[in-house]
Design a protein around this ligand. Structure first.
Ligand code: AMP
Length: 280
């Protein structure tokens, strides 16, 4: 493997990339912060899941939401994709799921206590996978509801009881209007990528979901940007939200906290090169 050079110092890099498609990769190395998960007030089940995953250093948004002063507060967070926001809200709503008794339907099944709304099927799936390993040890049922699947299956799943509902706005509103999704026991409602959802025309769906959840809930908005539409939604549906601006300082571009390094390797050495890089 050739030595690492910062991408910007590599002569003829663009030409080389064009001519050697597949023979070169960019590796993104996140720079670490100071906060360790072991120094945060985490529920032991969350701490164990993070340790199993090998995550020791909290990303800034994760450290920020775990501030004990924010434990009960609504949050309006500007945070980019890839910033670790899914674990951030997963950790933030843990006390509502793990420290309080589960509300039950008349038939004795758990009623949804947490609702996470995401703009696309892909993002909803990612969120539910991420929460899946974080809550692996917890007595919590998690399910994802998105368009493009048979709605009858979702209705049956909800009847059997779900604690954490993840889904896309359209399908969630469909389930709500069929009476299959009961939001009356929601303790925490998360809008993930709220700006994307507004841009995609989901304003009314989001309002229907927010209106169907009790006023006593916590409402967490995560959004890369806070345009006036989001600010208005927040002021209508949040209660004295704490504002967390986790964008890179100084108006820097997204992902400016990631170091880009290019390595020249032959096709055959690609796998070994990645392993070497990960071991550094
Ligand atoms: P997200 O911004 O939630 O989409 O997260 C992006 C990726 O970062 C996911 O693959 C997470 O599993 C990963 N991630 C989140 N928090 C950490 C952490 N503290 N240490 C290492 N990776 C993390």
């Amino acid at each position: 493997m050739a030595g690492a050079l910062p991408a910007c110092e590599m002569p003829g890099l663009r030409t080389f990339l064009r001519e050697n498609r597949g023979g070169m990769r960019y590796y993104r190395r996140p720079l670490t912060t100071e906060t360790l998960f072991k120094d945060l007030p985490l529920h032991p089940m969350m701490a164990a899941a993070l340790a199993r995953r090998g995550y020791e250093v909290a990303m800034p948004v994760q450290a920020a939401v775990m501030d004990p002063a924010l434990a009960e507060r609504d949050l309006l967070v500007s945070s980019q994709t890839g910033s670790g926001k899914t674990i951030a809200f997963g950790l933030s709503f843990a006390p509502s799921l793990l420290d309080l008794p589960a509300p039950r339907s008349e038939k004795g099944f758990p009623q949804p206590r947490v609702l996470v709304v995401a703009p696309t099927r892909e993002l909803a799936t990612q969120v539910s996978n991420e929460l899946g390993w974080l809550y692996e040890d917890a007595p919590v049922r998690l399910a994802s509801f998105t368009g493009g699947t048979h709605v009858g299956t979702d209705v049956r799943r909800l009847r059997m009881g779900v604690d954490v509902v993840v889904g896309t706005p359209g399908r969630l509103v469909d389930l709500l209007s069929r009476g299959a999704l009961d939001l009356s026991a929601i303790a925490v409602l998360v809008l993930d990528e709220a700006d994307e959802m507004m841009d995609m025309g989901f304003k009314e769906d989001l309002e229907s979901l927010l209106n169907a959840a009790p006023d006593t809930r916590r409402t967490l908005f995560f959004s890369a940007t806070i345009p006036p539409t989001i600010a208005r939604l927040a002021s209508t549906y949040q209660n004295k939200a704490a504002r967390l601006d986790m964008r890179p300082a100084g108006g820097a571009k997204a992902h400016s906290d990631i170091e880009f390094v290019a390595h020249l390797v032959s096709m055959r050495d690609r796998f070994a090169a990645v392993v070497n890089e990960l071991l550094v």
